[in-house]
Ligand binder design. Structure first.
Ligand code: NAP
Ligand code: MG
Length: 405
C-alpha cells in the first residue's frame, strides 16, 4: 500500500510518563504504517524542558503559529513533589500549556468522545457538549485583601494621560474582605473570535452566557464584544451554515443545558468554564475520553488529550507491568491534527485518514474491546473484553488496515 502524502509538516510536541509511552506506540502502530508523516518535532519532556531552560516550549509554540497545526502529548507541570522526584531540575518550570496558550492567545475547547454503549448521567444528552473556557483574568488574576477596622475602600484607575477615575467600592462598619478583578478588551475579543471560528469549523451552534443582569458593566462588556464580533464578522457564515449564536443568562443556560440533547459549544467566562467543564466531563463518563483543542483567533489549532501523564500507570509500566491505560483521547488528538492539516492543505486523503482512524477506534470500542477504565461505565448487558494498551492499539490497527485497504 502506498503511504498517504503530506505537504506541510505539523508540530509534534512529545511529553512525559505514560502518555509518552502511548505516544510512541500510537505513532508506530496507527500512523507511520499508513502516512508518510511530516512533523517538526519538539521534545517537551520535563528533562528536555529543563536542559533548554524551557526554550523548547516557546519554540514549539512559535512553530505552531507558523505552521498552523500542532499535536501535543501530556506533560508534567512540576510542583514541590516533582522537584524532589527530579533533583536535576534547575527551576520549577511553568505549565507548558500556560506558556503555549499565552503565545497563541488561544481558547481551550474541551469535548467528550461519546459512545452509544456508555450513557451520560444526564440521560437526554445524545451528543457531546463542548466547553469553551476563557483562560485569562477575572478571579484568576485578582488581588485580594482583608481589613480590620471601619472605613472606606475605593478603586482608582490612573491613565497614562494623567486622567483618573475613582469609584467607591463600599463603606464598611467593621472587618471586611476585598477583591479587585479585571479583564482586557483584547483578550475578550480574542476569546469571542476563537469561539465563533471553532463553531464554524465544527458546524455547531454557539451558546454564550454570563451574569450580566448583576454585573451589568463587567459581564455587559463580554456580552457586547461577542455581539459586535458576531454582527461584524461571523453572522453571514453562521447563517450560510444554518448555525445559531445564542446568548442567555448563565442561570438559564444551566437549566437549558441539562434539558438539552447536547451537540453545541458553550462559551463561558474563566470561573464558569472551570466549574462547568468538570460537570460535563463527569456526566459524560471518563477523563480518558476527553479531548482538548486550543484555538487561536486566526484559526491556529493545537490538539491534545485533556488528561495528564497518568503517573500511577507509568510507575507500574516501569516495573514491567502491562497497563491498561486508555489511549483514545491521545489518538483523537492525532486524528484531529491530521484532519486539520488535510483540510488546510487541501489533502482529502489525509483528512479521510484522520476520520478512518477515529472510526476504527470507535468501532473497536463498540466491538467490546476496551481498556479497564471503561468497563465499569458501559450499559448493563454489553459484552466487553478488557485489554492492555498495546492489545487495544493492535485491535484498532487491524480495523484501520482493513478500512484503508
Ligand atoms: P492524570 O494523569 O489525568 O491521571 C489521574 C487519574 O485518572 C489516573 O491515575 C487514572 O486513574 C485516571 N486516568 C487519566 N487518564 C487516563 C487514561 N488515559 N487511561 C486510564 N486512566 C486514566 O492526572 P494526575 O495524576 O493528577 O497528573 C499527572 C501529571 O499530569 C501531573 O504531573 C500533571 O502536572 C500532569 N497534567 C498534565 C496535563 C496536560 O499536559 N494537559 C493535564 C493534567 C495534568 P487510576 O489511577 O484510578 O487508574
Ligand atoms: Mg475545574
Amino acid at each position: 500500500m502506498e503511504k498517504i502524502k503530506m505537504t506541510t509538516p505539523l508540530v509534534e510536541m512529545d511529553g512525559d510518563e505514560m502518555t509518552r509511552i502511548l505516544w510512541k506506540w500510537i505513532k508506530e502502530k496507527l500512523i507511520l504504517p499508513f502516512v508518510d508523516l511530516k512533523t517538526e518535532y519538539y521534545d517537551l519532556g520535563l528533562l528536555h524542558r529543563n536542559e533548554t531552560q524551557d526554550q523548547v516550549t516557546v519554540d514549539a509554540a512559535n512553530a505552531t503559529k507558523r505552521l498552523g497545526v500542532a499535536v501535543k502529548c501530556a506533560t508534567i507541570t512540576p510542583n514541590k513533589q516533582r522537584m524532589e522526584e527530579y533533583p536535576q531540575l534547575t527551576e520549577m518550570w511553568k505549565s507548558p500549556n500556560g506558556t503555549i496558550r499565552a503565545i497563541l492567545d488561544g481558547t481551550a475547547f474541551r469535548a467528550p468522545i461519546v459512545l452509544p454503549c456508555i450513557h451520560p448521567v444526564v440521560k437526554n444528552w445524545e451528543a457531546p457538549i463542548t466547553i469553551a473556557r476563557h483562560a485569562y483574568g477575572d478571579m484568576y488574576k485578582a488581588v485580594d485583601m482583608t481589613t480590620e477596622e471601619p472605613g472606606i475602600c475605593t478603586m482608582t484607575f490612573k491613565g497614562e494621560s494623567g486622567a483618573e477615575k475613582t469609584l467607591t467600592v463600599q463603606k464598611v462598619d467593621g472587618p471586611a474582605v476585598w477583591q479587585g478583578q479585571h479583564n482586557k478588551e483584547a483578550s475578550i475579543r480574542a476569546f469571542a473570535k476563537s469561539c465563533f471560528q471553532y463553531a464554524i469549523n465544527q458546524k455547531q451552534d454557539l451558546w454564550f452566557s454570563t451574569k450580566d443582569t448583576i454585573a451589568k458593566i463587567y459581564d455587559g462588556e463580554f456580552k457586547r464584544i461577542f455581539e459586535e464580533e458576531y454582527e461584524q464578522t461571523y453572522k453571514a457564515e453562521f447563517e450560510k451554515l444554518g448555525l445559531t449564536y445564542f446568548y442567555t443568562l448563565i442561570d438559564d443556560a444551566v437549566a437549558r443545558c441539562i434539558r438539552s440533547k447536547g451537540g453545541f459549544i458553550w462559551a463561558l467566562k474563566n470561573y464558569d468554564g472551570d466549574v462547568m467543564s468538570d460537570m460535563v466531563a463527569t456526566a459524560f463518563g471518563s477523563l480518558a475520553m476527553m479531548t482538548s483543542v486550543l484555538v487561536s483567533p486566526d484559526g491556529t489549532m493545537e490538539f491534545e488529550a485533556s488528561h495528564g501523564t497518568v503517573t500511577r500507570h507509568y510507575y507500574k509500566y516501569l516495573q514491567g507491568e502491562k497497563t491498561s491505560t486508555n489511549p483514545i483521547a491521545t489518538i483523537f488528538a492525532w486524528s484531529g491534527a491530521l484532519k486539520r492539516r488535510g483540510e488546510l492543505d487541501g489533502l482529502k486523503d489525509l483528512a479521510a485518514f484522520g476520520q478512518a482512524l477515529e472510526d476504527a477506534s470507535l468501532e473497536t470500542l463498540l466491538g467490546g474491546i476496551m481498556t479497564r477504565d471503561l468497563i465499569g461505565l458501559v450499559d448493563e448487558g454489553f459484552q466487553t473484553t478488557a485489554v492492555n494498551s498495546e492489545e487495544f492499539l493492535d485491535a484498532i490497527a487491524g480495523r484501520l488496515a482493513k478500512k484503508l485497504a
